[in-house]
Ligand binder design. Structure first.
Ligand code: GSH
Length: 318
C-alpha cells in the first residue's frame, strides 16, 4: 500500500449525489481534494480513472477509484468508521437494514420524481441531449411541461408518505441519536428539490423537510467543501500514478461464472448504461473490482457495487 493516499472527489456542485458524498466526507472530518468536472460528457480526462463509467460522483483514493455512492460510502465507512453512518437505533438495533431500504427508496423512486419538475425549455440543448442519452429515452419539453402539474402530484404523494413519521425540530429518520446514511440521502433530496422547484415552495409545502435540511447543515457543512484544494484533472491522474497500490480484496464465489483475469464489463442497470471495461481482479458478494491501465495513471483499480450493476464477460456485453 502507498503510505499516503490522497482522497479526491470528482464532482460538480449541482450534482445531488456529489453533494451527498461531499457532506459525508465533511461529516467524517476527512481532508480531501476536489476536481470540478463538466456537468456532461465528454470527460476524456476522467476516463482513465473510471474505465468508462460516466456518472457522477466518483471518489479516487490514490489509484483506487470508487464508482456509485453505494461503493463510495461502504469504502469510507470501512476506512473511517467514526462517526458511523449506521448508528444504532433507539432500541439498540443496527440501522443497516433499515438504511438500505429507506436510502434505496430515496435514491431511486423519490429522486427520479424530482427532475420531472425541471423546465426543460430553460436547459441548454446539449445538456438535454446528454441527459436523454443517459435516461435512454428522448425528452419532449412541451409534453413534459403539460404533464408537470400531474407529475408533481405523484412527487407530493411520495413526499407525503415519506414525511408522515418525521418530527419537527428533532430526531433522525431511522430513530438514531446521530444522522445515518438515510439522513444524508434525505438531505440530498431536499437539496435537489430546492434546486429544481425552489426553496420557498419546499418550505411552504414541507416545512419538515426544510427543518431536517437545516438541522443537517452542521453535519454536512457544505461550505467546508470549498475549503478543500481544488485540483486539475491532470493532477488527479498524476496522483494515481504516484500513489500505486494493490487492493487487498479476497475474491469469494462466482468463479464458475466469472474468472479472475478475464475482461469484463460493469454496467449500471438503471440509467447511464455505459459499461466500464477492464480486467476482473476481485469479486465479492457486494463488490466488483476491475483494473485498467493508462500511461498517465499506471494501474487503476475501479470498484463498483454489485447491487444495480451487471457484470458479464466482455463478449456477452449488456
Ligand atoms: N446510482 C448513482 C447515481 C449517480 C447519478 O445519477 N448521478 C447523476 C448526477 S447527480 C449523473 O451522473 N448525471 C449524469 C452525469 O453527471 O453525467 C450513485 O449512487 O452514485
Amino acid at each position: 500500500m502507498a503510505s499516503q493516499q490522497d482522497i479526491v472527489l470528482h464532482w460538480y456542485p449541482q450534482s445531488p449525489y456529489a453533494q451527498k458524498i461531499a457532506s459525508i466526507l465533511n461529516y467524517k472530518k476527512l481532508q480531501y481534494k476536489t476536481v470540478e468536472i463538466s456537468v456532461m460528457e465528454p470527460r476524456p480526462l476522467r476516463r482513465p480513472l473510471d474505465g468508462g463509467y460516466t456518472k457522477t460522483p466518483i471518489l479516487q483514493i490514490g489509484n483506487q477509484v470508487f464508482c456509485d455512492s453505494k461503493s463510495i460510502i461502504s469504502e469510507l465507512e470501512a476506512r473511517y468508521p467514526e462517526p458511523s453512518l449506521y448508528p444504532v437505533t433507539s432500541s439498540g438495533h443496527s440501522s443497516k437494514t433499515l438504511a438500505f431500504g429507506v436510502t434505496h427508496l430515496l435514491d431511486t423512486s423519490v429522486f427520479m420524481a424530482i427532475p420531472t419538475q425541471f423546465d426543460l425549455e430553460l436547459l441548454p440543448k446539449a445538456l438535454l441531449e446528454d441527459r436523454a442519452k443517459m435516461a435512454g429515452r428522448s425528452f419532449d419539453p412541451a409534453a413534459q411541461k403539460a404533464l408537470q402539474p400531474f407529475l408533481r402530484l405523484e412527487l407530493q404523494a411520495q413526499l407525503g408518505r415519506l414525511t408522515q413519521g418525521m418530527q419537527h425540530g428533532k430526531g433522525w429518520i431511522l430513530n438514531t441519536a446521530t444522522p445515518s446514511d438515510t439522513d444524508f440521502s434525505l438531505y440530498m433530496i431536499t437539496f435537489f428539490m430546492n434546486m429544481v422547484i425552489g426553496e420557498p415552495w419546499v418550505t411552504e409545502h414541507y416545512p419538515i423537510l426544510t427543518d431536517h435540511f437545516e438541522r443537517m447543515q452542521p453535519f454536512a457543512q457544505p461550505d467546508r467543501t470549498y475549503d478543500m484544494a481544488d485540483i486539475s484533472a491532470e493532477d488527479a491522474l498524476q496522483i494515481a500514478k504516484d500513489q500505486q497500490s494493490v487492493p487487498a480484496i479476497q475474491s469469494v464465489g462466482a468463479q464458475d461464472l466469472l474468472r479472475i483475469g478475464q475482461q469484463v464489463s460493469v454496467t449500471p442497470m438503471d440509467t447511464g448504461k455505459t459499461p466500464a471495461i477492464g480486467e476482473l481482479v476481485a469479486l465479492t458478494p457486494q463488490r466488483v473490482t476491475i483494473r485498467t491501465r493508462d500511461d498517465r495513471t499506471g494501474d487503476v483499480y475501479v470498484h463498483f457495487p454489485l447491487t444495480a450493476f451487471l457484470v458479464v464477460p466482455v463478449k456477452a456485453r449488456l
